[in-house]
Structures are given as structure tokens and as C-alpha cells.
Design a binder for this molecule. Structure first.
Ligand code: ZN
Length: 409
């Protein structure tokens, strides 16, 4: 009896359990594999950090019987700013604290992001992302896998030659992706800022160096110029029209619109941002208007044939841990099919990161990045905000009883 009570207590406690070279079986009412397939009453077997099988007739006792939960691959957010935070006074701090404070805020954000079911994130980033990424990769400190741009390029980054030089330096410094600002922020109207030549230099050199590119672009001209410059992925795109949506689809360029988290979070936390930089009343008026523009844009984006929509939130201070709201809102505002929204957050996002052979899919040989949801996201998409179980690389970081699985923040 005592042993049983201890086991139950252990199962209900969210704790990191090392599973190295141990076989772990996870059973659930349904498994969504990340590519569009649903397997009912499935058992997933994990050995060490990898998935070794998924079957429907497993007889062995599961290590984790997740009952009516839905298991799917750990979610991927291709655009989250882990370093953004509010300071001790509750104000946006623009990352100007002491280095020790800054890295701890990033670490806190990494933790809540993982607890929300995101096992990989891409940070259009900052210098201390490198230490954060490497610390998490050592496997002790809990957080999602981090890919980072370290710095960013913009219209002030110099001539074409100087930009190529900067891309080479990013490669040497260990960047995973190059972040480029082709347009102003939505608070400043979103017009193209970098010249076509600057964009060609940035995305051309990145390709030569084997680096992916993600481009902040709001206006149709800035999107068109970025696609024509050979860039890989467009972020935001509030003013994207039918023509550039089709252009992205035709050229196989990934599109990461952000309609469910970032503006809502800014408006909710207005008092914490107001008066800092371009966070003025005019900027907030643009963002308020942006909600309606986004709602119209995402409908058109979802309806554009063959457009590769990936899940990204642009999560900033206040938004970490709420990343899955983006999935809910793409379905709600954009009429995206729940299954397509889940694919965009798993196998398709992995593909955009060139990691589709290792993560984003539940299949033999993949990394064991698995989460469980309280409910079925195909019938109630808000289930993606109720994460009851998180495993990353075969290690369990969260396991709570389904009835108490609620957002971590
Ligand atoms: Zn961003």
C-alpha cells in the first residue's frame, strides 16, 4: 500500500526523470503524429532519447498511462524572444539589466515555454542566447531546444559587402539562422527599409554559408523584395496581400504570420511598455488596428493554396508560456483546419528549421519530444493550451493529472 501511494505521488509530481538507456512506454487515447495521422489507443516506446516504436496492440504495462489525453510531438515556435521580460518594477526593461539578471530572465522564459509544451524554439535573438542554447543542450537545465540568430541585420548594417562580412561573422559565432529587418515595425507603419541590394547580399551570403534566413517584413513591397532576394522565411506580414501570398507559395518561402499572441499581449500589457522607445500612443494605435488587419490577412493566407504557414508567435515580455494561443487564433480567426494548425507547429515547423529528420514527428528514430494535451485538439483546439505532460529527448519534465492540466502561466 505504501509503495503504491509513493508511486502515485511520484506520478503526480512534475519532476525531471532521467530515462537514459531505459525503456519508457506511453499510452494514450490518441496520438497525433505531426504529419496529419491519428493513431487511436496507441503506445509509444522510447529508448533513451529516441522513439523506437508506436503501436496499437502493445501488451506491456505502460510507464505512463495518459488515459484520455492526446499525445503529439512537442510544439515548435519558430519566432519567440526568450530574452524579453519585464523588470522588477513590472516595466519592459529592453534587456538592459546586469548580464546575470538578463540570463536568468531568459532561463525563466525558457522554462515556462517548455512547460507550455514547446520543446523547440527559434529566437531571432540576442548575444546571450548562445549560452542559454548551450546550457539547455547540456541536458540539465530545463528549456526548449533553442536556435538563435544572435544578432540581426537591418538598413544600417552597411553596404552589400559589409553585410556579407556580417553574415560570415554570424556563421563563425555559431548562429543557427540570420534575422533580417526588411521593413519598419508595425508601430512605424511597416514600410520597406532595406534596399533590394542589401537584401540580396544578406540572403545570398547566408545561402552560401549554409544559414537559413528569416525576414521581418510587413508591407507587400518588403515581402516581394525579400522573396526575390532568395530569403527563406517571412515573418509577420500584416499587410500581405493576395499577390505576395501567392508569390511566397510559388517560391516555396515559409510564411510565419503572428495573429494570436504578440499584439494581444502588447495591448494587455500596455502600461508596462508605454513610454519606452516607439511604444507610444501612436504605436499602440497601430497595434490596435493591426488586430483587424491580421484577422483579414490570416484568412487570405490560410486560403492561399500551397502556402507553407509555420507556427511562430513573436512572443515578447509577458507572452512566454502562452505560445499555443497562436494555434487557437489561427483556427478561430483564419479558419485554419485544426490538423493543419498542428502540422504547422510540428512537422512543417521542423522542416522550416531543417530539422525534419529529427523532430516534429512521432515515428521510429525521431527524438522523443512528446507532449500530452487534456482533450482532443481536433474537436476543441483550445486543448493545445492544456498541456499535462512534457517529454523532451526522452526526459520527462512535466506530468500532472489531466484534471489539473492548465496553462502554466
Ligand atoms: Zn520578433
Amino acid at each position: 500500500m505504501r509503495l503504491q501511494a509513493a508511486l502515485v505521488a511520484a506520478l503526480l509530481t512534475p519532476v525531471a526523470v532521467s530515462t537514459q538507456s531505459q525503456t519508457v512506454r506511453i499510452r494514450a487515447a490518441r496520438v497525433i503524429d505531426g504529419t496529419g495521422k491519428v493513431v487511436p489507443n496507441a503506445t509509444i516506446t522510447v529508448d533513451g532519447s529516441k522513439i523506437t516504436s508506436i503501436e496499437t496492440s502493445a501488451s506491456a504495462t505502460p510507464t505512463y498511462n495518459l488515459g484520455q489525453a492526446t499525445v503529439m510531438p512537442g510544439m515548435i515556435d519558430v519566432h519567440a524572444h526568450l530574452g524579453w521580460h519585464f523588470d522588477k518594477e513590472g516595466r519592459y526593461a529592453a534587456r538592459r539589466g546586469a548580464p546575470t539578471e538578463e540570463i536568468l530572465y531568459s532561463a525563466e522564459n525558457a522554462y515556462v515555454t517548455l512547460m507550455a509544451g514547446f520543446t523547440t524554439i527559434q529566437s531571432p535573438g540576442q548575444a546571450n542566447d548562445v549560452e542559454l542554447r548551450d546550457a539547455i543542450a547540456r541536458g540539465v537545465f530545463p528549456g526548449p531546444r533553442v536556435l538563435t540568430s544572435i544578432r540581426q541585420l537591418n538598413e544600417g548594417s552597411g553596404t552589400a559587402d559589409e553585410i556579407r562580412e556580417k553574415v560570415c561573422q554570424l556563421k563563425k559565432d555559431g548562429a543557427d539562422v540570420v534575422k533580417i529587418f526588411a521593413s519598419a515595425s508595425i508601430r512605424d507603419g511597416g514600410k520597406q527599409t532595406m534596399t533590394d541590394d542589401q537584401l540580396k547580399a544578406a540572403c545570398g551570403e547566408a545561402k552560401t554559408q549554409g544559414l537559413r534566413t528569416m525576414v521581418h517584413a510587413h508591407s507587400p513591397e518588403s515581402i516581394r523584395a525579400s522573396v526575390n532576394a532568395g530569403c527563406d522565411q517571412i515573418e509577420h506580414g500584416v499587410f500581405a496581400n493576395d499577390e505576395v501570398l501567392k508569390l511566397m507559395a510559388d517560391k516555396g518561402v515559409y510564411f510565419d504570420p503572428n495573429v494570436g499572441v504578440v499584439l494581444q499581449n502588447y495591448l494587455k500589457n500596455k502600461a508596462k511598455f508605454l513610454g519606452i522607445g516607439n511604444y507610444n500612443e501612436e504605436g499602440f494605435a497601430f497595434m490596435e488596428k493591426g488586430l483587424g488587419l491580421n484577422a483579414a490577412m490570416i484568412k487570405k493566407a490560410v486560403a492561399t493554396p500551397n502556402l507553407k504557414l509555420v507556427l511562430g508567435t513573436d512572443a515578447v515580455a509577458g507572452a512566454h508560456g502562452h505560445n499555443a494561443d497562436e494555434i487557437v487564433e489561427r483556427v478561430r480567426q483564419g479558419n485554419q483546419k485544426p490538423m493543419d494548425a498542428l502540422i504547422s507547429a510540428t512537422s512543417l515547423a521542423a522542416k522550416s528549421l531543417h530539422l525534419d529528420q529529427t523532430i516534429g514527428t512521432i515515428a521510429k528514430g525521431y527524438e522523443a519530444d512528446l507532449i500530452a494535451l487534456d482533450g482532443d485538439p481536433l474537436t476543441d483546439v483550445t486543448a493545445v493550451t492544456r498541456v499535462s505532460f512534457v517529454m523532451k529527448g526522452g526526459k520527462v519534465y512535466k506530468h500532472v493529472a489531466a484534471a489539473t492540466a492548465r496553462p502554466s502561466q
